[in-house]
Design a protein around this ligand. Structure first.
Ligand code: SD4
Length: 342
C-alpha cells in the first residue's frame, strides 16, 4: 500500500521519479554511471535530490552525502533525527558518521538536542584528532562549534508512539520488518500513527564526477532502546564503510547483527575480491542468516546497499521490505525494492 502511495506522491516531485515493480529492473537506466547517489529507504528520494544538486554541478561526493541526509534529519515527519522515536527514558539520542574519499571518518554517538548530527560528525573528522565523540562530550563540542541546542522535546508523532509503548514497556528489540503490518505489537512499531514507516535511519553513498566515493549514515536508532544503546549506523565498518579504491557500502536494520559481522567493511572487502555490489551485499546477508539460523532470521531485518568504483550498485536484505533510492540524472531518481533472502 505504502509503495503505491509513495509512487503516486513521487509523481509530483520536481525531479522525475519512477517506481519499478520489477524487483531488479532499472527501468532501462544504466547501472554504472557517474555521478550517482544512492540512499536507503523511501526518504532517500528527497535526500538524493539535495545531494544531486551538488553532484550535477561537479561537486564533491563528500559534500553531497552530508547535505543530502541533512534533509532527512530536518524532517519532523521522519523518524531520522530529532523527530525520531526516543529511548526507553523518553529521550531522543542520535548517532551518525561520515567518510570521505581519503578514508577519513568522523562520528557522534548518543548525541542529544542537535538537529544535524551528520554535520557534527563531519566537524569531529575535520576539527579534532579523533574519530568519535560520545554523549555529553559530543554535545559540548557541537555547541562550541556553533550548533544550536534544540529544546528537549519529542515530535508529536514520537510522543504518541512513546506513550503507546509505555502502556506495556515491553522490551523486545525488533526493527524494520514491514511485511508484518498489523501483526506488530507496541514495542517497536514499524508504522506510525501518521502512516509513515518507522525507518529511523538514512544511509547515503555517492560517486562524484571525478570518480571519488563518500558516504554518510544518520539515525535516531532503535525505537525505545535502552539508554546508551548504540547501533551500527555511526560505526565505521558496520553502518558505513568507504574505500575509494574499491567502493562504499551502508547498512540498515538491526544494528547488533550488522556490528557482529563488520557488515559494510565485509561488503567492501568482498567487492575488492571481485564480487559485484549486489553479490557482496548478498554474501554479507548470508553470513548474518547463517549465524542466526533461518527461524531466528525471520524475525530480523538487515539490508545492505553498495556502490563500486565503476558506479555499479546493488543491494540485498534478509526479508522483503527494504528499498533504496538511486539518482543519476536530473530526471532519474528512483525507488527500487531490494532483493531479499527469505
Ligand atoms: C540501528 N541500524 O540503530 C539502525 C536502525 C535502522 O532503520 O537502520 N533503522 O540499529
Amino acid at each position: 500500500m505504502l509503495q503505491r502511495r509513495k509512487f503516486l506522491e513521487m509523481g509530483t516531485l520536481g525531479i522525475g521519479t519512477i517506481f519499478t515493480k520489477n524487483a531488479w529492473g532499472f527501468s532501462g537506466k544504466a547501472n554504472g554511471k557517474k555521478p550517482l547517489v544512492l540512499s536507503t529507504w523511501d526518504a532517500g528520494i528527497d535526500a538524493n535530490k539535495e545531494a544531486w544538486k551538488i553532484l550535477r554541478s561537479g561537486g564533491r561526493a563528500f559534500d553531497a552525502v552530508e547535505k543530502g541526509v541533512m534533509v532527512t534529519e530536518s524532517s519532523i515527519n521522519c523518524c531520522v533525527g530529532l523527530g525520531g522515536n526516543p529511548d526507553r527514558e523518553g529521550i531522543v539520542t542520535l548517532d551518525a558518521c561520515i567518510m570521505d574519499e581519503f578514508g577519513n571518518a568522523g562520528g557522534v554517538l548518543a548525541l542529544e538536542r542537535i538537529l544535524h548530527p551528520i554535520s557534527v560528525a563531519r566537524r569531529v573528522m575535520e576539527k579534532t584528532p579523533h574519530v568519535y565523540l560520545v554523549g555529553d562530550g559530543a554535545q559540548m563540542f557541537a555547541v562550541e562549534q556553533g550548533f544550536p541546542l534544540e529544546p528537549q522535546k519529542l515530535s508529536p508523532d514520537a510522543e504518541k508512539e512513546y506513550k503507546k509503548w509505555l502502556e506495556k514497556s515491553d522490551y523486545k528489540p525488533q526493527i524494520n520488518i514491514e511485511q508484518k503490518e498489523g501483526g506488530q505489537t507496541a514495542f517497536a512499531p514499524n508504522k506510525l500513527s501518521n502512516g509513515a514507516w518507522n525507518h529511523d535511519t538514512i544511509g547515503m553513498i555517492a560517486i562524484d564526477a571525478n570518480g571519488n566515493l563518500s558516504g554518510s549514515c544518520t539515525t535516531s536508532g532503535m525505537a525505545f532502546k535502552m539508554r546508551g544503546r548504540v547501533g551500527d549506523s555511526p560505526l565505521v565498518g558496520a553502518g558505513l564503510f568507504v574505500d575509494n579504491e574499491v567502493g562504499a557500502a551502508v547498512s540498515t536494520g538491526l544494528g547488533e547483527e550488522v556490528i557482529k559481522v563488520c557488515g559494510t567493511h565485509l561488503v567492501v572487502e568482498l567487492m575488492r575480491q571481485g564480487y559485484s555490489p549486489e553479490n557482496a551485499c548478498k554474501e554479507a546477508v548470508n553470513r548474518i542468516v547463517k549465524h542466526n539460523g533461518i527461524a531466528k532470521s525471520k524475525e530480523i531485518q538487515v539490508g545492505f546497499l553498495a556502490l563500486n568504483k565503476k558506479g555499479e550498485y546493488g543491494a540485498y536484505c534478509i526479508q522483503t521490505g527494504f528499498s533504496f533510492a538511486v539518482c543519476d540524472s536530473d530526471t532519474h531518481n528512483e525507488l527500487i525494492p531490494s532483493k531479499h533472502m527469505i
